[in-house]
Design a protein. Sequence first.
Length: 277
Amino acid sequence: MQRNLAYLGPVGTHTEAAAMLYDTTANLIPHSSIRDIYQSVVDGNANQGIVPIENSLQGSVTDTLDILIQETTLLIYQELVIKIEHSLIAKPETDPRTINTIYSHPQALGQCKFFLDHHYPKATQVASLSTASAVEQVLKPESANSAAIANKRAASIYNAEILADSIQDSQGNATRFVVLAHEEHKPTGEDKTSLCIAFQGDQPGLLYDSLGEFARRNINLSKVESRPNRETLGRYVFLIDLEGHRSEAHVIDALQSLREHTASVKILGSYPKAPNS
């Protein structure tokens, strides 16, 4: 049965590329924001949704993290990591020397900071909802002397011209995407579990003692990150990625002990570990 897969559109985004890599037969449904993707799955209009969660240059995608932490019962079903290459794109026959405005998603602008600082230090940078929508913007009649940062496929789809290629700050630039679903993936033997923990108070050793529950069971932690709890200034929740599936005995044991140190433990999902994550 063909699944409906929501993604960050329009056509030509890196998220669309990740969606096509994940499921070549899915009916792809574009949305203009990460929140809309989440809501589409919650409402049943899509079976699953795919969203960016982390970039090797710019770090975490906070919109995705905050929805996972605060607002949803959806689970991470799978992860994918894809290489990200950016191009400077404009209307055909645009003179690169005349560009004074550059559109793109904030993550893409940040991933090309060195190029922009070196070649277009005086250009105004304008945030777009996605890289592909940035290309759509620069092709409008009113967008003279402008360019967009997006991928090569977007330039081809919208009949735009590539002015410069591979302009990202690092050739190893990569983004991790996660698939959101109502259900969890079955164990594969090569899995990862993501969770969020919060503490009632603030005292020395709370985080140390909590993380020690994993070390004592030889469970590797691949990521530990803090986010504001959105209630009190200076109070944080902690995001943890660990190796193993929540159904494995040693992970179950660790999570049970973890709850003795914390006010809350929210499992964000157990899913197959991407080969290059």
